[in-house]
Design a protein around this ligand. Structure first.
Ligand SMILES: [Zn+2]
Length: 272
């Protein structure tokens, strides 16, 4: 394995992470999801990066992915405001995502598309965490690109992908509808259904049960931890399911498409 290529992939991933932080901050306002109360935050290309607290432009040397956050100890150089840890986390996740796909698939179109998928999941998780929305602007194209990638024969057979997208949407739509009728208020939004449709379009239907199970366990564990810490959580508390769903989707995608069962078995019998 070419270590220079992998290192370069990680750096490119960190740069993408840095860009995703801009999308996560400006996207929801741009797409009208934040209501009238939020001042315009600019579009994806202008103005240049600024401190969310004091609006001071960020100098290029203070805007180096990963490094700047550590050097500045997570604070703005102008107003000393704490920069949310999310900036560092997204850059680290971006670096890991591109590194992982480069490691699994090498320099190929498959690796590029797998990176697109994982980077989109990181963006969706962060936006849902911060705003409670999974924007159609991201989930719908992700369904289309997943189906196109599998039509080109990249990850799973196209038939599995189409069934996966339809089943994924229907599963969460059904749960959401039943919940709404029982409780009288919305527990799961249709954004979650479109996200699961996207996961099905990329990984195929076979990955869906494991995805939902891992996501549910993760979400329940998170609620348990919040309760332990004295958080005020009841059945009425709205909790974003998106972050758990994206994490589960990324794990299942990598296990299912990068290490198909027959490849694992082959390497196993080779060892013997
Ligand atoms: Zn500032």
């Amino acid at each position: 394995m070419n270590w220079f290529f992998l290192l370069l992939s990680g750096l490119v991933g960190a740069l993408f992470g840095s860009f995703l932080n801009v999308v996560i901050w400006r996207g929801p306002a741009m797409w009208g999801l934040m209501g009238e109360s939020t001042a315009p935050r600019g579009n994806l290309f202008a103005p240049q990066s600024y401190c969310p607290a004091c609006y001071a432009p960020i100098r290029i040397r203070d805007n180096i992915p990963l490094l700047s956050f550590v050097v500045l100890r997570g604070r703005c150089t102008k107003c000393d405001a704490v920069i949310p840890l999310r900036y560092l986390l997204v850059e680290m996740l971006g670096a890991s995502a591109v590194f992982a796909t480069a490691w699994v698939w090498g320099p190929s179109l498959t690796a590029v598309l797998a990176s697109v998928f994982l980077l989109a999941l990181i963006t969706l998780a962060a936006i849902d965490w911060e705003t409670g929305f999974l924007p159609d602007m991201l989930t719908l194209p992700l369904i289309a690109i997943g189906l196109a990638a599998n039509a080109a024969g990249l990850f799973v057979p196209l038939r599995d992908a189409v069934i996966g997208a339809a089943t994924g949407y229907f599963m969460l739509w059904a749960i959401s509808t039943v919940y709404k009728n029982l409780r009288g208020h919305e527990g799961l939004g249709l954004g979650d259904a479109k996200l699961l449709a996207a996961l099905g379009a990329w990984s195929g239907w076979a990955g869906l049960p494991a995805t939902v199970m891992i996501a549910a366990i993760t979400a329940l564990a998170a609620v348990g931890i919040l309760r332990q810490r004295g958080g005020d959580i009841s059945a009425e508390t709205a909790i974003s399911f998106g972050p758990a769903l994206t994490a589960a989707g990324a794990i299942v995608f990598l296990l299912h498409t990068a290490m198909p069962a027959n490849a694992i078995l082959t390497s196993f019998s080779f060892e013997i």
